[in-house]
Design a protein around this ligand. Structure first.
Ligand SMILES: [Zn+2]
Ligand SMILES: [Zn+2]
Length: 329
């Protein structure tokens, strides 16, 4: 294969690499680093652009779904549709943290990746076979980390000062996935990036940053879909029973005290932090033989009860946090 676009271009980082034997994707990868001419900026910019394109690209279908009444039949909390104005307010907060918190630190991405033993500009890229076990570990680790960190964020002072912002929406929507305090973005983002770092530390120079980009793409899809507010018959949790999905996380925003994990259901199951959720699901399963009107009526009643309890539980956490503050001063 001829790498015509790289032609005779030579930069020191590719001096020992035969660029003509690469696949189309690998040629693009090398071309990006050659075009930018500075590996630190090339990795930083690629990471930032990936985040922006995947995040907003994945949110667009959900914005369209929200605007079409036909889809309301699969909305988990059908009475709560956020207006374009509310969605724009949310978008502004997300953009603010992307540009004010993430953009200035892109200079650290490349040195950090190299420090922790990741490959960056190097080609060839990893194969799917190389990637799969690494991606499985990242998913497992992030879900575990998120479960405990998220539970900690529901502790009074941490909740009041940090996590409360994310709970502004009791019925979330795609764009709300990263609607959070910068400290929360840092704490929960650690779970996303620590899995790759631990892997790279354990097996230096095996993990390629391209695999980390695939992981971040999948993780963003997971987070945005979990906040979408829709449970379709073809949603992943109906195919993989231990996948959390929107049904699981929507309930967290509504009930406040259940369902702390991200991708999988096992930690909540193991620690019993899904008891209200499972009781609600069981009641709905028991209603299967009844007519649709009756099922809808009971579902609305159950959801209203869960939400009322959630509001009470949240107020109690904030009250306790304020009480502690009063005592401390
Ligand atoms: Zn929460
Ligand atoms: Zn959430």
């Amino acid at each position: 294969m001829t790498a015509s676009f790289v032609g005779n271009a030579t930069t020191s980082i590719y001096d020992s690499t035969d660029l003509t034997s690469l696949s189309w994707m690998e040629q693009r990868w090398a071309a990006w680093y050659i075009y930018i001419g500075n590996p630190v900026l090339a990795t930083g910019l690629a990471s930032f652009l990936l985040h922006e394109i995947v995040y907003f690209g994945r949110c667009i279908p959900w914005i369209i779904v929200d605007a079409i009444p036909y889809f309301r039949r699969w909305k988990l909390q059908p009475n709560k549709i956020h207006t374009p104005k509310e969605q724009w307010e949310c978008t502004k907060q997300v953009l603010f943290s992307h540009f004010m918190v993430e953009l200035p630190v892109i200079w650290f991405f490349h040195p950090m990746a190299e420090l922790f033993g990741m490959r960056t500009y190097e080609v060839p890229l990893p194969t799917l076979r190389d990637m799969l076990p690494q991606l499985a570990w990242f998913f497992f680790f992030e879900d575990m980390f998120h479960y405990f960190a998220h539970k900690a964020l529901h502790y009074g002072p941490l909740y009041k000062h940090i996590h409360k912002l994310h709970h502004k929406y009791s019925a979330p929507f795609g764009l709300a996935a990263e609607y959070a305090h910068p400290a929360e973005v840092a704490i929960l983002g650690t779970g996303t990036i620590l899995g790759p770092i631990l892997f790279a530390a354990y097996r230096p120079h095996v993990l390629h940053i391209a695999t980390v980009y695939v992981w971040i793409t999948l993780r963003l899809f997971q987070a945005i879909d979990a906040h979408s507010g829709y449970d379709f018959p073809w949603s992943l949790q109906h195919i993989i029973p231990f996948w959390s999905g929107a049904d699981h996380h929507d309930f967290h925003h509504m009930a406040f005290t259940n369902n702390f994990s991200t991708s999988f259901r096992w930690w909540d199951r193991m620690f019993g932090t899904d008891s209200s959720y499972r009781a609600y699901r069981k009641k709905m399963r028991d209603m299967k033989g009844k007519g649709k009107a009756e099922r809808d009526r009971v579902e609305q009643q159950l959801l209203a009860e869960v939400e009322a309890e959630g509001i009470k539980a949240e107020a109690e956490v904030v009250r306790q946090a304020s009480g502690e503050k009063v005592k401390a001063t």
